[in-house]
Design a protein around this ligand. Structure first.
Ligand code: FAD
Length: 344
């Protein structure tokens, strides 16, 4: 059980900036995100695209914004719990909250900020009949234990970095590897594509381009054959023990909808003073919240994070007035930012 002041659900730009605003007020945060990298939509959907409307940053990419936010929150040493979806949020009688992730990590927090964006990023599932029957047994959307594929026949579907990275990593250890891609151009980096083509040329990998999966065959969760359709309509059967599918990630509101919070069209209504949801002590910032005039922009989420931090500090210390202090001049702010006399 991890005890902390605040659990922040979501490591997108607003969740990361929330760490900073809480840190300035002396509050410790744990961040949880279902994907393994921080940055939310910026890192997942447009890492290399330029953003032009971050105040005082004329232009930066999604990845640069994320890296800068991570640097900015370094002094506050947040716990980063990535690759874990928060599945349970339960208010306690003493006003605190218990949270649990799908990997059974548990947190006790005095307050919670939901910075869940457009939802928790989930692998896109393959659309063929009975795919559910094989999922997590012989059909994989994530790789938890690469050793399990040693000496096995494997089909990997996809043309992005994940598909190619795993193909290159496992090519030596599996009994047989087939990569199935619906096009003959790849989203993966050029170096990986070149290595894959070299493995295909040497016969170590069967590369089926312009090919889609048509159906799966097997019994009781054990995959036996993958039937694929070539561009010319021909059907081929590949005998296999496992299949991995990497079709990218798509956001789903997911477990947030089950926590008894008032919802309005998949968003959480909040007030514009504290950014508190219908559950006292649970706040929402960034794309996940709604209020009159809401604009789903990063800069709006930054403002919301600042006010939510003040509200949380006031909730945790109801008898003290929470004052605004400038980072430029306040010795307390400097101490919390870990600045030395030389820095000042
Ligand atoms: P997100 O970035 O969506 O991050 C939320 C995170 O929460 C995700 O990583 C998700 O996995 C996680 N999460 C959700 N539920 C759970 C759960 N139960 N457990 C664990 N983790 C969970 N905005 C601008 O201001 N300027 C721009 O130029 C701009 N360009 C954009 C271009 C594109 C192509 C897109 C798609 C968006 C753009 N946006 C832009 C919008 C901007 O990216 C969003 O406003 C911003 O990412 C919202 O940040 P967030 O932190 O609220 O949520």
């Amino acid at each position: 059980m991890i005890d902390t002041d605040v659990v922040i659900i979501g490591a997108g730009p607003c969740g990361l900036f929330q760490v900073f605003e809480l840190g300035l007020l002396g509050l410790k945060a744990e961040v949880v995100d279902s994907i393994t990298q921080p940055g939310g939509q910026c890192a997942e959907l447009y890492p290399d695209k330029p953003i032009y409307d971050i105040p005082a940053v004329p232009v930066c990419t999604g990845l640069e914004l994320t890296d800068n936010l991570l640097k900015q929150i370094e002094p506050f040493k947040p716990g980063m719990n990535l690759g874990q979806e928060v599945t349970e949020l339960t208010p306690q009688d003493d006003g605190s909250f218990l949270l649990r992730t799908h990997l059974d990590t548990e947190f006790r927090a005095k307050a919670v900020v939901i910075a869940g964006g457009v939802g928790s990023f989930q692998p896109r599932r393959i659309r063929v009949a009975d795919a559910d029957e094989y999922e997590d047994r012989t059909l994989h959307y994530r790789v938890r234990n690469p050793g399990q594929f040693a000496g096995q026949r494997l089909v990997i579907c996809g043309g992005g970095d994940s598909a190619l990275d795993w193909a290159l990593e496992l090519a030596d250890s599996v009994a047989h590897l087939t990569l199935v891609h619906r096009r003959d151009e790849y989203r993966a980096v050029d170096a990986s594509v070149a290595k894959l083509r070299a493995l295909a040329a040497s016969g170590q990998v069967d590369l089926l381009e312009n090919t889609t999966v048509d159906s799966l065959q097997g019994s009781q969760g054990a995959l036996e054959k993958v039937r694929v359709k070539r561009a010319d309509g021909d059907i081929e059967e590949i005998h296999t023990d496992h299949m991995m599918v990497f079709f990218g990630l798509a956001p789903k509101l997911g477990p947030i909808a089950n926590w008894g919070l008032e919802l309005e069209r998949k968003t959480l209504p909040v007030d514009t003073e504290k950014f508190e949801t219908s559950q006292p002590g649970v706040y929402a910032v960034g794309d996940i919240n709604t209020y009159p005039g809401k604009k789903k922009l990063i800069l709006s989420g930054f403002h919301e994070a600042a006010l939510a931090a003040f509200a949380i500090k006031q909730r945790l210390e109801p008898n003290k007035k929470v004052r605004v202090q400038y980072t430029t001049t306040s010795p307390l702010m400097h101490e919390r930012l870990g600045l030395t006399e030389e820095d000042e």
